[in-house]
Every structure is written in C-alpha cells, then in structure tokens.
Design a protein around this ligand. Structure first.
Ligand code: ARG
Length: 460
C-alpha cells in the first residue's frame, strides 16, 4: 500500500471506506498536466532562491515530465489511498528521487497547489471554448453569405411580427456569442493572479519569490492575501456563469431550429448526419442533436448553482468541501465543449426551405407595421395610425384579404392624402426593403452588419 505523505502523526490505518469517500483521483487526474506545470515552476523558483540546488531542480523538472508522460499514456497506476493527483505525482517523485523528491513541497501546500492547478486548467479550457465560439460565429457569418436576400418572418410571442433578412437572425447569434466571449475574457483577466506561495493559509517564513512563479505560469501577478487565496473559487462561479450563458444561447438557438424543422413551421431542413430516426415510426427524422444541446444546457446552468451552494457557507482558507468544485466545473466544461463542437456543423449544413417560407410569407400581416409607419410619415399620430391599421387588419382578416389587396380608394377612406406610394410599403418584400434604422433587419443595415462581422472575425 502506498504511504501517505501526511502519515507522520497517524498510527492507525485509514478505513478503506474513508479512502473511497475522500478520494478525488477518479476525477482530478485530469489536472495532471497543469499540476506538473505548476510544480515545475515551483521547483525553478525554489532553486532561484537557494532552497534547491540546480541539479535537484533539474532532476525534479525532468522526472515530473516522465511521470506526466506515463500518466498521459495510461501507464501510471492510481490508488485511492493516495487521494488525489497532487499526492500521486509527489509520491511517484519521492519514490524515484528519494530525498530530492521530498523537497518539492517546500513552502507549498496542496491548498495553494490545487487552486493554482484549477486556475491553469480553467484558463486553458476558457481559451479552447473561446476558439469554439469563434468557429460558431464564423459558421453563422458564412451561412449569411449563402442566405443573402432571403426574407424570414420574425416572431414575438411566437406570433408573426415583422419580416427581416434571414441574415439578421444569423448575426443576432454572432452578437450573443460575442458577449459570451467578452464575459470569458473578463473572467480570464480577473482569475489571472497566482495563488502559489499562500502555502497552507498563512504564507511561509521561507524566502520564496512569488513574482517568479506568477511570471513563469503566465499569471499577471501574485494574488494578494494568503487567507483569501485558498478559499477563492470566485473564478469558477464566474467561469461557469459565463458557460451557462453560452449554454442558454445555444439552447435558445436549438429550440428555434427545432420549431423551424417541424412540419408546422417547415422553414429549415437538417441533414441526415445531425438527425436520427424513430425505432417505431418509420417516417420520423428527429432533431435529437438540437434537443440534446437544449437539454444539456441544464447541466451547465446547474453547475453554477452547485458551486454557489458549495461556497456559500465556507469560512476563510481551505475546507475539504472545495474538492467537490471540480465535479461541477469539469462537467460544465465537457458539456459546453461537446455542444460547441457540433453546433457549427449544424449551422453550416442546415438548409432554409426557401419555397415553403416564401409561400407563406404574405400570411400574418408582416407588413402591418410598415403601413402604420407610412401613416406616421403622413403626420398621423402614432396611436391613431396603430388603431387605424389594426382596424384594417381586422377587416382584411374577415374578408380573407392581404393589406396589399385593398384598393387606393379604400386606403383614401382612412386618410385623404394617401396615394399610390402606399403600395411601395405593402407586401413583405417592400416591408423589409424600407427598414433602414441602424441595426435593423433591412437590406442595407444588414449588409453593413455583415461587413462588420466579416471583418471582426477575419473572414473578409
Ligand atoms: N484533493 C484536494 C482538493 O481537490 C486537494 C487539496 C487538499 N488539501 C488538504 N488540505 N487536504 O481540494
């Protein structure tokens, strides 16, 4: 049985059920690479301040590389009695280097160590997720080029509201994911101070150089207060909250397309590669991937909650409860990455059902607001124009007509100065064409936004 690094003051054996209960190696083994990175920086610092010789430092740094490659290639055996990834790596080092290995943990505790590992791990994951979000934004921009000129109904309350260029939808998602990337960048900046050197909770009397380890590991500075450091998991809450918003955005998009690919909407077709069939109903083609993107968002949202509940009652410094943080964080990362890896492919390959959309584009009075604004341009007060168009819509509805079917004479009954130009705003194509305000769904503003995104995302 492996000897416990903390075994000095214990005579009796640990109950195996306690070992199984307290272990974290089953999930924190994925911190191995960042743990080694942190330990190597720590060893280099110990050598620069004279707490290790250069030879000792080199032996430690090299052996840590060997241990890591064994872990990565699956040749390294884990034992629950060694609790966690930190103790596994340190024990292996001691087994191989003897007294030299026993020096690595000088002026360090697993408390500042695990916090450092988590920050490095979150920083790397955050960069991966940022890259995946960029790819998804690019997919929406690329399909904007394909769907140039297509008009879609836009909905409020899931009722037909006004027409927009299809691209307005795709660029709306670019905006959401840009905000997500901004939140990740904020989180990255705030987390980027080094915990190393807080040791257990009070710092150390040994002459360590916290600036050096901070620099070595790419942190901007050492974190300020040793008591705060090992209890600080704010960065995990911020990170998973940012991921929760990514998941919420993905889920909203998935829901929209799930609706759109139903027979009722018939607006989009998903390719075979991203749909599945039913085991009993031969005709079915189900949007399972989108449904699971929607469903899995629950796990990411829950992770933030799990972390906040975990943290809310903890006094300062390290408490073992914190070990549970990794379960929530890893699941939030894995789930978000899995969804983001599939999303761009779906965005790239789905096809708008142009004919079916166009066939029904004149249903639902999508041009009513355009007509109201025409009246406003004739100096009719907005509320009066709204009421007037409302009455016209009711009349058309009961007569089975579109607004564009009314005659000039009928329009002139509501306002004497209406002329032929009214027909330039009626009908969906006209109603979109006249949308001109900045950020609106009209052709010019949309082309302007598209150019902006092509440039921002390096696609021009
Ligand atoms: N496995 C522990 C965790 O993940 C590492 C820190 C343990 N520290 C301690 N003093 N027992 O939180």
């Amino acid at each position: 049985m492996a000897e416990k690094p903390w075994g000095g003051r214990f005579d009796g054996e640990t109950d195996p059920r306690v070992e199984a209960f307290t272990e974290s190696i089953s999930f924190d083994h994925r911190l191995a690479a960042v743990d080694v990175r942190g330990s190597q920086a720590h060893a280099r610092m110990l050598a620069s301040v004279g707490l290790l010789t250069e030879n000792e430092r080199d032996a430690i740094v090299d052996q840590l590389d060997v241990i890591l490659s064994e872990i990565t290639s699956g040749q390294f055996a884990f034992h629950v009695e060694l609790e966690d990834v930190h103790m596994h790596i340190e024990s292996a080092l001691i087994e191989r280097l003897g007294d030299i290995g026993r020096k690595l943990h000088t002026a360090r505790s697993r408390n500042d160590q695990v916090s450092t590992d988590l920050k490095l791990y979150v920083r790397d994951s955050l960069d991966t997720i940022d890259g995946l979000l960029l790819e998804l934004q690019r997919a929406f921009v690329s399909r904007s080029e394909t769907d140039l000129g297509v008009i879609l109904p836009a909905y409020t309350h899931l009722q037909r509201a006004q027409p927009v260029q299809a691209i307005q939808y795709w660029l709306a998602y670019c905006e959401k994911f840009a905000r997500d990337r901004g939140r990740l960048a904020d989180c990255r900046q705030r987390l980027n101070v080094s915990p190393l050197g807080a040791a257990a909770l009070a710092g150390t009397s040994l002459p360590i150089d916290r600036e050096q380890t901070a620099n070595d590991l790419g942190f901007d500075a050492p974190a300020g207060n040793s008591l705060d450091i090992s209890s600080d998991r704010d960065f995990l809450v911020e990170f998973t909250s940012a991921l929760a918003l990514v998941a919420i955005h993905l889920s909203g998009w998935a829901e929209e397309w799930i609706l759109w690919c139903s027979t009722e909407f018939d607006m989009i077709s998903l390719p075979d590669a991203y749909t599945t069939g039913s085991s009993i109903m031969p005709q079915k083609r189900n949007p399972d991937v989108l449904e699971l993107i929607r469903g899995k968002s629950a796990r990411v949202i829950a992770a933030t909650n799990q972390l906040m509940v975990l943290l809310k009652g903890l006094p300062l410094a390290y408490n073992r409860d914190l070990q549970e943080d990794k379960i929530a964080v890893f699941d939030a990362i894995d789930t978000t990455v899995a969804c983001l890896e599939l999303a761009p492919a779906i965005v790239n390959t789905a096809r708008l059902n142009i004919d079916s959309i166009a066939d029904r584009l004149e249903d639902g009075f999508l041009d009513a607001t355009a007509l109201m604004e025409y009246l406003i341009r004739l100096q009719v007060p907005m509320r009066t124009a709204h009421e007037t168009v409302g009455r016209l819509v009711a009349r058309c509805e009961s007569d089975g007509l579109k607004l564009a079917d009314l005659t000039l004479e009928q329009f002139q009954e509501i306002h004497a100065s209406i002329d032929e130009s009214i027909f330039d705003v009626l009908g969906t194509t006209n109603a979109v064409a006249i949308l001109s305000s900045q950020g609106s769904g009209g052709p010019d503003p949309v082309s302007h936004s598209l150019a902006h995104w092509q440039q921002t995302l390096g696609l021009d």
